[in-house]
Structures are given as C-alpha cells and as structure tokens.
Design a protein around this ligand. Sequence first.
Ligand code: 5GP
Ligand code: ZN
Length: 141
Amino acid sequence: MAAEPNCVFCKIVAGEIPSATVLRTEACQAFLDIGPLSEGHLLVIPVKHYTRMEDMPPEELAQLSRELPGLGRALVEVTGAAGYNLLQNNGSAAGQEVTHVHFHLIPRSTGDGLGYRWRPQAYPEGRADQILARYRDVLAG
Ligand code: 5GP
Ligand code: ZN
C-alpha cells in the first residue's frame, strides 16, 4: 500500500513532518498524539496506509498488535495512570478524522471526566436473534 500524498500520518512515517516517536518497528510506529486527551496519550499506526481497520491484512494488524502490551505497560509506568483506554475509530461517523488507521492509547485516572456517554439499550423481542443470524451468515461467507 503506497503512501497517500495528503495523509499526515504517512508524512510522519516518512519523516516529512516531525513526531514524538516512542517506538518504530518494521510494521508500526507509536508517537505522542499532538492533541492529547491526557498526558502521555499515544497513537499507534501501521507504517503502510490503510484507511480502516478492516482494510488491513490480518498479519499486519497482528504485527502492530504485538506491540500493544508493551506500550500499555510503558504508558502506565511513564504516566502513573490508573488505567487506559485502547480506542480505534473507523469512519467519520465513529469520530475518525485522520483516514490512516490508528489506535489511541489514552491514560485514564478516576474521575478525569473523559470517556463516552455509555448508554446501554435493550433489544426488542426477537431482534437479537435476527442480528445473530445475519452475523453467522455473513461470517460463514
Ligand atoms: P481520530 O479522531 O481520527 O481518531 O484521531 C486523530 C488523532 O490524530 C487526534 O487525536 C489528533 O490530535 C491526532 N493528530 C492529528 N494530526 C496529528 C499530527 O500531525 N501529529 C500528531 N502527533 N497527532 C496528530
Ligand atoms: Zn497514510
């Protein structure tokens, strides 16, 4: 997958714009988010340009994912955060602004005021079974 000329993260990978990089491997790069939700907020990206998570070859996603436990441990040690969120937005409806796959690692502390409005709903009678059947069909190919 070639670099996208107008992609800010491809430019970071190429070193054309600076980044506070904490880790670089053959498959991925991790750096400080320029607009952190909390101190130490990291972004982890594949070095190749993919727009959405499902566009990535599973092996490349696995190579990136291999770095996540170590990055999570480092985040806790560096920031002293009590916890962190791993967040990955796909599509503008989901809040994706930069169209190059990225994983947020966001340090959290109790009462920090960050986070989603988490409003669980209930399925109407029979609806979960319909959706389950659709998933099984689609995943069975
Ligand atoms: P999204 O909303 O697409 O999930 O998140 C994009 C993230 O990229 C934002 O948190 C934003 O602060 C970060 N970002 C955008 N441009 C740059 C940049 O040039 N450098 C860095 N380090 N982060 C960026
Ligand atoms: Zn890109």
